[in-house]
Design a protein around this ligand. Sequence first.
Ligand SMILES: [Zn+2]
Ligand SMILES: [Zn+2]
Length: 322
Amino acid sequence: MQEGEIKLEKGVFIISLDTELAWGTRNLEKYGGHYQKTREAIDRLLNLFAKYDIKATWAVVGHLFLDECKKVDGVVHPKIVRPQYKDLKGDWFNIDPASNINIAPEWYGKDIVEKIINCKAKQEIGCHTFSHIDVSKEGCSEECFGSELDECKKMASAFGLQLASFVYPRNRVALIDVLKDKGFLCYRDRDDNCFKNSEERLRRLAHAVDNYLCLPVKATTPKKTNGIWSLPGSYFYIHKDGWAKFIPISFRVRKAKTGIDSAISNKQIFHLWFHPFNLASDPDGLIYGLEKIFIYFKKMKAEGLIENMTMGEMANYLNSKS
Ligand SMILES: [Zn+2]
Ligand SMILES: [Zn+2]
């Protein structure tokens, strides 16, 4: 065990969900059909969580707290400091429709936030920046990141929520001190696997090979760095798009089960994550796979071997122990 790590009493199952609708892909046309299906997939996911009493952390893009927005003196969201990426043409917010949820439902998600809050199994609302900026990319200043976080906190507090958990867009971890200064307790770190430090393209290739071969998943250990908890992912529950189309659902279930087993034997965390948007690529198949995973988890939980926490609960628990 390394410095800053804590041994848990038993295995823990964490789920985090990058919830972004059109913000994640900045409205790429090829995903057009997915946006509509995502709302339906979220309903089904929440029903599944209620049925198996599963808590998850929904890392929501701050703009989805809204059901409308408009320009003030010709500028939308004027308080937010824009990223200055070299390849960006015009204003970062020029994709914002500055209208409302009925006209542009893929950019607003107040209804989704309300449904998550009202789920019978208690859920956590976390943060995924306000507009899905790439925090690690040159052109994203501390002021830019900080202003996005401030806006998210303001939005959340209107719902009576305090944000504690953060997920970096595209898992590109950077400016951790800003996160800590804004009062966050934890963030999801990159998946802890043997290719985590490779160059991004190589990592993607290794990720595909790993899924095709259905290699076992390693549970992960939380670590405190600079006063904030890093909770690495263990397994990205892959979609059914592109290369992943040919991977049977049973492979995903098998991988998740190995992650649960690893968390149990090593008293570590099995951290499953995906985008609700991913479910839209095969809602029936992917929801069926999740149900199989939850049934397995429930059996192990009944034996007292593992429990389920949100990221925020995990961070609070760890803070109470350190
Ligand atoms: Zn807006
Ligand atoms: Zn994202």
